[in-house]
Design a binder for this molecule. Structure first.
Ligand code: GLU
Length: 292
């Protein structure tokens, strides 16, 4: 008799929990395990159940991912990641941010250190050999940062005479691209793991320029307009994607759906206006996601 009562109480409690979880669904923005329903066994279901997620991003790039006084990175990439996390039904404060310099991005996806990477990450075929990309959600282009009073560097061709040093980051597309222009890679190209080190080297006079995406460089200009400017026009196209595991097509589709929703409901534009948009770069019209 007693056992029966215990069982009845337990059943009622389970029912109440179930109803509470359904209640979350109605609210649309609901967070909490079971607040959204995802296909059994999918990455979305796994993350929603765990109620936590690891996001790889940059910590040194103003406007995209920069760690400041809040102790958490802030920027457009971080806001895009938050939109995805929200759609997974996970509260924002359950995101663990992992600093992900350019060189390690594929590695941390492949070995599962992070669940996704949002880090000024150019979509290209070489990277697609190891990981997959949702997006693009923005298109940047390579440019050059110089000291404000520099009149000698006007574009990538300015490195052809072999006299100027240019800094970039290991494992980035701009570090590869600039090799086409320098006369001598060994003496002219200086590589660090993060762009803030390149910026410091330029300010300190150890290099003549920094090269990477225009929007990253515009962030450094915005933070120190007295010292820096951009030299010339963009000379590549850098479409930014969200990196996920190569075989995880369902998660990639889910992120593409989330991006398209954000393009249409104003969340994408708001994310931009609140972050990198303050630094003078154009958002342009929403890109077309590439569901390859
Ligand atoms: N978008 C370029 C890349 O993915 C440069 C920026 C970066 O290194 O994060 O390599």
């Amino acid at each position: 008799m007693r056992m029966k009562r215990v069982a009845a109480v337990a059943a009622a409690a389970t029912l109440a929990l179930g109803l509470a979880a359904c209640g979350g669904d109605d609210a649309d923005e609901g967070t909490g395990a079971g607040s959204k329903s995802f296909a059994a066994g999918s990455t979305m279901e796994k993350l929603n159940k765990a109620q936590k997620i690891k996001v790889g991003t940059k910590f040194d790039q103003p406007g995209f991912g920069q760690k400041g006084l809040s102790g958490k990175p802030e920027g457009f990439d971080v806001e895009i990641a938050k939109l995805i996390v929200k759609e997974l039904g996970i509260p924002e404060d359950k995101i663990e941010y992992v600093e992900t310099p350019s060189k390690v991005r594929e590695d941390v996806i492949v070995n599962g250190t992070v669940d996704l990477v949002a880090a000024t990450y150019t979509i290209n075929d070489k990277r697609k050999e190891r990981i997959a990309f949702a997006g693009p959600y923005y298109e940047a282009g390579q440019n050059i940062l110089v000291k404000k009073d520099d009149t000698t560097i006007t574009g990538p061709d300015s490195f052809k005479d072999g006299t100027k040093k240019v800094c970039s980051v290991t494992g980035s597309t701009p570090a590869e691209e600039i090799k086409k222009y320098v006369k001598d890679v060994a003496t002219q190209l200086v590589l660090f793991d993060t762009y803030d080190k390149c910026r410091d080297a330029l300010k300190g006079g150890q290099v003549n320029a920094v090269t990477t995406d225009n929007v990253i460089l515009l962030g450094y200009v915005a933070k120190d307009e007295a010292s820096f400017k951009l030299a010339g026009d963009n000379f590549t196209k850098e479409p930014y994607g969200i990196g996920v595991k190569k075989e995880d097509t369902d998660f990639r589709n889910f992120i593409n759906d989330t991006l398209e929703k954000a393009f249409n409901d104003g969340a994408w534009k708001k994310a931009w206006d609140d972050t990198a948009g303050k630094f003078g770069a154009e958002l342009g019209s929403a890109p077309t996601v590439n569901r390859y």
